[in-house]
Design a protein. Structure first.
Ligand SMILES: *Cc1c(COP(=O)(O)O)cnc(C)c1O
Length: 495
């Protein structure tokens, strides 16, 4: 297996190169040139393994130039001690057919932990193979969740430094406290006067500044990227869909006719991982793509036209407030038969005009595999309330979008196969909206509010959130946008 770029198939690289570089030089994303399949004996082997064993088994199929020992180190480092009950992806069942895949038992209580806990290990292993002993410097601009998940993932990982920039008044108090109290010797957190775009463009500028790169090189350092288009983030996400299937088999669920998967979607990374699992032979019937009011993907799946020229809404499921779903490029590349010219053309149209229309042939292929639906904040709130009243089970706003869209799918199609609904965040992470939905008073005192929610719903506050109450603030520096260069130098202790 080789990896190649979605915009230039002649540009072939190894898995470690794809992970170390993140994005291809002409702007394409790296994808494997073949998708490995799981035989019946593979499935039988997987049944005997725990999550760590399954992760090793699956990653080995994709990471062609990693040794068994390297994969073992990566997987154990990521998943052995960082998740509740040592199971990163447990299933809760609601009724006969609905399986909730809970991906929020990690250190930041959201699904990004599944990828960002392992990425630092994959990245440092890849860098050793491709560029020697330089220290890897990760710059992250965040509007909240990704920054914390990346900090937790890279904390004290040898050979790395991580610097996170966040907009001083653009994240919630809880998110600010989570980042400002981050532990670890190699972590740095800086507030920026400005909004998320200021932080983001500042990071991009530094990241591509050649003079700055040579300054880093003089100090035996180099920049690397942890963003969501890195194959090292996508690949580990395939594991939990395969693992969920194995769990259903072990539980003797009746999935003889296959099962559906429903994913609350933003950047299209999580649902693309489910598509890869399907292509590997997991009997997934329909991939249900759930969006909030920013429903660019719903329209795309239904019409074949991707159009980001539309009003942008701030919703109660903020991690899905996205108008450009970057990982969609990988799906279109596969569906077009690995047509790099075609992808370059439509991505060019997207950056110049904000839209493109795919061919009928590709549209039909996508509609065979995917269903697109969306819901607004009112429906999200009602769904949280209904699920709690019916099952005593509490879901967050993002998961609620998925549950709501699944209900629409079921009504529209009558397809009542078992379903796996991906639950991407703990309800305690979005406590305001969840309290509001189930009828707990929303309070300015965040800690009182989560305690009220816990008492009212008889559910436990996740440890990482409960522990924040006593967290000590370590980082208080605030920089102007212009000072971001000197902030990086100061964090890395270079001149
Ligand atoms: C990032 C995120 C999503 C969207 O996932 P994508 O891979 O970007 O589609 C959904 N829910 C939560 C809680 C997230 O943090």
């Amino acid at each position: 297996m080789k990896y190649f770029s979605t915009r230039d198939v002649k540009n072939t690289v190894s898995a470690s190169y794809a992970i170390a570089h993140g994005i291809s030089k002409e702007g394409g994303l790296f994808v494997p040139d073949t998708i490995p399949t799981l035989s019946e004996s593979d499935i039988n082997n997987l049944k005997e393994l725990d999550y760590i064993g399954r992760a090793k088994y699956v990653l080995k199929l994709f990471l062609n130039d990693f040794s068994d020992e390297e994969i073992e180190n990566c997987v154990k480092g990521a998943y052995e001690n960082s998740f509740d009950d040592n199971n990163p992806a447990p299933i809760s069942r609601l009724g006969d057919n609905v399986n909730i895949l809970e991906l929020w038992h990690g250190p930041t209580c959201a699904f990004k932990d599944l990828a960002l806990q392992i990425l630092p290990y994959l990245l440092t292993t890849s860098l050793k193979k491709t560029s020697g002993d330089n220290k890897s410097v990760i710059l992250v601009a965040t509007s909240g969740d990704t920054g914390k998940a990346a900090l937790e993932g890279f904390k004290d990982v040898e050979g790395t430094e991580i610097i996170v920039f966040y907009p001083e008044s653009g994240v919630s108090d809880m998110q600010k406290l989570q980042m400002a109290s981050q532990q670890g010797e190699n972590v740095h957190v800086c507030a920026i006067v400005g909004n998320f775009d200021d932080a983001q463009s500042g990071v991009k500028q530094i990241f591509t500044d050649n003079q700055f790169k040579s300054l880093l090189a003089d100090n035996k350092m180099e920049f690397s990227s942890a963003n969501s288009i890195n194959w090292g983030r996508l690949c580990p996400q395939i594991v939990y869909y395969i693992s969920a299937y194995i769990d259903l088999l072990n539980d003797k669920s009746d999935i003889s006719g296959g099962f559906n998967v429903c994913v609350p979607t933003g950047n299209f990374g999580n649902i693309l991982a489910a598509y890869y699992a399907k292509e590997m032979g997991i009997p997934i019937n329909k991939l249900i793509c759930a969006s909030n009011k920013n429903n660019v993907l719903t329209d795309f799946i239904n019409t074949g036209k991707y159009d980001k020229n539309r009003e942008f809404f701030l919703t109660t499921s903020p991690s899905m407030d996205i108008l450009i779903s970057s990982n969609l490029e990988r799906l279109l590349f596969i569906m077009s038969g690995y047509n790099d010219e075609y992808i370059s053309t439509i991505q060019g149209q997207l950056s110049s005009t904000g839209e493109y229309v795919i061919s009928d042939d590709i549209k039909n292929k996508i509609q065979d595999e995917f269903y697109g639906g969306c819901c607004d904040d009112r429906e999200t709130k009602e769904t949280i309330k209904n699920i709690f009243e019916k099952f005593g089970y509490l879901i967050d706003t993002h998961t609620a979008v998925a549950v709501n869209v699944y209900d629409k799918y079921l009504k529209e199609t009558g397809d009542n196969r078992p379903v796996v609904i991906t639950s991407t965040a703990s309800p305690y992470k979005f406590a305001d909206s969840v309290c509001n939905a189930v009828g707990v008073e929303v309070s300015n005192d965040k800690f009182k509010m989560v305690e009220d929610l816990s008492r009212f719903t008889s559910t436990d506050i996740p440890k990482p959130i409960a522990e924040l109450k006593n967290a000590k603030v370590r980082f208080t520096d605030v920089y102007s946008k212009e000072e971001m260069y000197s902030a990086v130098k100061k964090c890395l202790n270079i001149m």
